[in-house]
Design a protein around this ligand. Sequence first.
Ligand code: FEO
Length: 397
Amino acid sequence: MGKKLTDKVTWVGKIDWELKSFHGNEYSTSRGSSYNSYLIRDEKVVLIDTVWQPYDKEFVSRLKKEIDLKSIDYIIMNHNEIDHSGALVELMREIPDTPIYCTKNGAKIIKGHYHQDWNFVTVKTGDTLDIGESKLVFVEAPMLHWPDSMFTYMTGENILFSNDAFGQHYATESLYNDAADEAELYQEAIKYYANILTPFSKFVTKKIGEVLSLKLPLSMICTSHGVIWKDNPAQIIEQYLIWADDYQENQITLVYDTMWNSTRKMAEAIASGIEEADPNVTVKLFNTSKEDKNDVITEIFKSKGILVGSPTINGGHSYSIAGLLEMVAGLKMKNKKAAAFGSYGWGGEAVKQLTEKLKNAGFEVEDDGVRTMWVPDCQELDSLKEYGKRIVELFGK
Ligand code: FEO
């Protein structure tokens, strides 16, 4: 059942090709995911993390084929969100006294989820556990991405078990990064960073600096989702430092919803003005009622500026735009400019509302936005094109 990574380390997780949404419906997983769990066999036997609860029985029965559960000396829980701790109840039924190593917050979260008083051993940064030839070194990583998160480093094998950090929701049978489709892998990695880790970028930079200063040799990064970084594992660390540094590409993204295509026509006219004024900028348009929200957020993450459009509906704006802006506000993106646009028949409140929401979400908004009454005519489309040229000046070349 397991896949041997080294003489001492075996992958014992679950690849979930069927997963199409995660965190309820907050995160789309069109390429599936995996819940990676690892078994270490040194003089002591150690299990690192488990899998999501729906696969708990399958996990335990396959683990039994790999090893006598009673020979597991320690369980390490790097992070206790249910996709990793979900099989603990089933596992601990068999080995109730086995110590569970985790952070102090980890013990609280496990108790909060499962209401069990198992044998918790809480660890802090720098604590170690001798397991024979190798030693496990614990590094707390709070808010990467939960308060309980930590990394475990295995000496000798030089493996960093990073849990969610450096992961992707990406199902792959071959496990290793160099066997994966590189374009797909990086698309899933940036989507994961943009949608999960963006609010914690400051912690990402600080923690990576702290780990790099230890100058630990690194042969593999064993994440809890997606590939194991074996070929040049430092590449994803370097990439995280770039993403964490208020990342942007030379891209302007227009996101809009539309009822009778007036706001869509506005978006297209503005986009043509942007493209004419700066042929080097990448311009992308997304109708939020038709696109995957997490893919749109990834494109916003990559942008230096965004334009958000909605018609006025019942004195408000469209629900798909409202939902997207709620998600974007939580992600606390920095160093991005924005403006609003939209069509209306009467009232026309939407543009002002969107402008306020964008400001409150931390975007730099230096323009009151633009509105069109009913359907834009040729003259208005020309003005919108001119507005697009103005946006190029506002957002910077
Ligand atoms: Fe993969 Fe934060 O759980």
